[in-house]
Design a protein around this ligand. Structure first.
Ligand SMILES: [Mg+2]
Length: 410
């Protein structure tokens, strides 16, 4: 179905920070994270020889956002929209159809991922989150390779167990990697140019043109103010906060859209019921409905029209549309790497995968993946980068295809 899309139709554009407004050098980022997480696993007793000294072409091809880890069985899964297991791997070894059916039955389904397919937040927290996890962005997606290699180690060292217990170690390792002294924050702070890309000047001009047109520009990020400031200052310049009408830190998505957490003034600890818009106004926490109420008063409109633009297909795309009236636009860099848009992608080897297939659509079975289904059903538009919008006037009417991607060169 044709659905036209114009940014000038919106009263408010809300932006995610990491991997949406601020782009990373994904090749360098994933290699850094792999090296740091491998060290954490070795420190927890996993044999170093089952991990790679540097990522091989085969390792890089294994990495993909949105793979599902079955913690107990030690498997990694690539799923069709309805939960059917299209491809699977035990550790790093590809499973054939017979092996998949032996583990998951003739229907090639698993109750835990079936539950996820019905309600995408059902496995976010609670008991099912101890059974499976899918890493959804470049902040952690290389961890599915580390998980698979840890399974290889357990199989070789102890024989194949009935139930693997790698997840608690992997989770500890991920938390330690991102904590002070874990190496991640230190590397980004010391060598930001290795890991972050400077924002295209056209994107900054586009942000200014939205404001000039009377469209409010709001940052909603899960990051805290100090870590967001380091990233944003490198990508956008030291005056980056002035580009926004409102800044929301520690947003805790997807709960920001699905729950009722209070806003806290970022300079104080007191809760606020009504938000003030304007120069460098900033808050922590909060929820969409409270934001929408303040926005309605500020705009003097009962239902101001908003769009949230972000890369995480659960937090930024599914949650806004499933729980609020906020529309969403998916930023999916894979569509550039996979050749859907002219111009390609500088980190293509890390974003495409011959082993698993396309991120959004399995060409072998002509079916959408779980992620392609979310983009189709829950996003109003899908772009590879914000540059896709910045190259056009804000009143430009985009012609979507498949059915919500923007075909535009960047
Ligand atoms: Mg993001």
């Amino acid at each position: 179905m044709f659905r036209s899309f114009k940014l000038s139709d919106y009263d408010c554009v809300c932006l995610d920070l990491d991997n949406a407004l601020c782009r990373y050098n994904i090749s360098n980022l994933l290699q850094l994270q792999y090296r740091l997480l491998k060290k954490q696993m070795v420190d927890r007793g996993y044999n170093e020889k089952y991990f790679s000294s540097t990522l091989s072409a085969e390792d890089i091809d294994f990495i993909q956002k949105g793979l599902f880890m079955d913690f107990e069985k030690g498997n990694v899964l690539y799923l069709r929209a309805d939960g059917y297991i299209l491809k699977a791997s035990h550790g790093t070894s590809a499973m054939d159809a017979v092996q998949i059916e032996r583990e998951y039955g003739k229907s090639r389904r698993w109750a835990v991922t079936d539950s996820f397919c019905v309600n995408k937040l059902s496995t976010w927290n609670g008991p099912l989150s101890d059974k499976m996890r899918s890493f959804l962005d470049y902040t952690d997606c290389q961890a599915s390779l580390v998980f698979a290699q840890a399974v290889d180690f357990v199989d070789a060292a102890k024989g194949r167990p009935d139930r693997y217990r790698i997840w608690p170690d992997l989770l500890d390792g991920i938390v330690a990697m991102f904590s002070s002294g874990g190496g991640y924050a230190e590397a980004i702070t010391e060598f930001p140019g290795n890991y972050l890309r400077k924002c295209d000047p056209q994107v900054i001009e586009w942000m200014k043109s939205l404001k000039s047109a009377g469209i409010l520009l709001v940052l909603i990020t899960g990051s805290g103010e100090s870590s967001a400031s380091k990233t944003a200052a490198h990508c956008l310049g030291s005056n980056w906060k002035e580009l926004f009408d409102l800044l929301i830190f520690h947003a805790c998505k997807p709960a920001f859209f699905s729950e009722k957490r209070p806003f806290v003034n970022s300079k104080e600890t007191s809760q606020c019921s009504e938000l003030q818009f304007g120069f460098c106004k900033a808050y922590n926490g909060g929820n969409w409905n409270a934001f929408q109420d303040s926005l309605a008063k500020f705009c003097k409109k009962s239902e101001p029209r908003c769009i949230y633009i972000g890369d995480n297909l659960i937090q930024d795309v599914y949650a806004p549309e499933a729980y609020t009236k906020c529309e969403s636009c998916a930023v999916v860099e894979e569509i550039a790497a996979e050749g859907f848009c002219p111009g390609g992608h500088p980190d293509k080897p890390f974003l495409v995968s011959k082993r698993w297939g396309s991120y959004l659509h399995d060409n072998e079975t002509s079916s959408d993946t779980v992620w392609g289904d979310i983009v189709k059903k829950h996003s109003h538009m899908c772009i590879p980068f914000l540059e896709s919008f910045a190259r056009k006037p804000i009143s430009f009417e985009f012609v979507p295809f498949w059915p919500t991607m923007v075909e535009t060169s960047v």
